[in-house]
Ligand binder design. Structure first.
Ligand SMILES: Cc1cc2nc3c(=O)[nH]c(=O)nc-3n(C[C@H](O)[C@H](O)[C@H](O)COP(=O)(O)O)c2cc1C
Length: 320
């Protein structure tokens, strides 16, 4: 299928996850079969002002491709300016975030708040399309709350404004990340638009993917299920789960890359939750979690990883 002007065999993508999908995670997921990845959401305001911390989010290795940059803002002009910077920076497409439910984002009229302001949402898509040649998508929710499920009508309006792909996470803003994704809305959107549809939300198995393709999705995104499990992309295409040495090497590699991006202090801290995800379900995971969360240096974390795998698990006697 063709999305963003590119052909994909499986239609299996890595979802944008703020605080997780930096280039180290993207590269590991690509190795296991993620065909397309997204940056975490990037402030268009920060980009337009060329703020150092925002520009840092654009840094990536040359083989971190194909890659879509996701922006958020409520200001059409800023989105246009940000899009031009992203085009110059060599991204393969631009996604506009209309799904983020976080309070500090929606109170500024960004993210899922745009679903309550279709005229502004339309102006943003028009501004981005007018600013760049790159393909443009919009990621949205089912609606703001159960009384305003408007993803189908908004998708139609945004397709008319120039959106070339719609990504749907069919929960409402009110649902945040819990409750049932309302996949019925995918079929309603399918009837309203001709552009490709990408599904996102609790996708974990081959059966989930088949069901969503049946409802009209061209591609599926894996989000939380890929945290500490980059091999999920291999499993979803019929491959084997990882061996224990493979998991160990992935953890070490991910930690090293994270420390390169963030520096050792922040790298170690940001990897704590991810390290715990890597060992989830293995014997001794709870003790490992307790230990790793108290460690400050990369060397100590590596040591803990080596000992966890050489003993088969963290020994109870090592409890701190
Ligand atoms: C920690 C976290 C961060 C997220 N960050 C973003 C983001 O930056 N941009 C975005 O469009 N969606 C973001 N999402 C939503 C995911 O992309 C995805 O749509 C949602 O989690 C449902 O899919 P999943 O069940 O596969 O995780 C985030 C979700 C989580 C849990």
């Amino acid at each position: 299928m063709t999305v963003y002007g590119m052909d994909f065999r499986q239609g299996l993508f890595l979802a944008p996850l703020s605080g997780y999908t930096d280039w180290p995670m993207r590269m590991l997921c690509r190795r296991y079969g993620a065909e397309l990845a997204y940056t975490e959401m990037i402030s268009a305001t920060g980009l337009a002002r060329r703020e150092k911390n925002t520009l840092k989010l654009l840094e990536r290795p040359a083989d971190d491709t194909p890659l879509i940059a996701q922006i958020f803002s409520s200001d059409p002009d800023e989105c246009g300016q940000a899009a031009r910077i992203l085009e110059e920076s060599g991204f393969d497409g631009i996604d506009i975030n209309m799904g983020c439910p976080v309070k500090k984002v929606v109170t500024k009229g960004c993210g899922s708040a745009l679903m309550k302001d279709p005229s502004r949402a339309q102006a943003i898509v028009e501004a981005v399309r007018a600013s760049v040649k790159l393909p443009v998508s919009v990621k949205m929710r089912a609606g703001w709350d159960s009384g305003s499920l408007n993803a189908d009508l908004l998708s139609a309006r945004l397709e008319a404004a120039g959106a070339q792909c719609i990504i749907i996470h069919p929960r409402t803003r009110a649902q945040m990340y819990g409750g049932r994704p309302q996949w019925e809305i995918l079929e309603r959107i399918r009837r309203e638009v001709t552009v490709p549809l990408i599904a996102s939300g609790d996708i974990r198995t081959k059966a989930d993917i088949q069901a969503l393709k049946h409802k009209g999705a061209q591609a599926c995104m894996i989000g939380r299920a890929a945290i500490g499990r980059p091999w999920i992309f291999r499993e979803l295409t019929g491959g084997a789960p990882p061996s224990l040495p493979e998991r160990r090497e992935l953890m070490l590699e991910h930690l090293d890359a994270s420390c390169r991006v963030l520096g050792e202090d922040r790298g170690v801290r940001s990897m704590r939750k991810i390290m715990c995800a890597y060992v989830k379900g293995l014997p001794g995971a709870a003790v490992f979690r307790e230990k790793v969360c108290a460690l400050q240096s990369a060397a100590d974390v590596k040591d803990c990883i080596h000992r966890f795998f050489s003993q088969g698990s963290c020994d109870e006697s090592e409890r701190i």
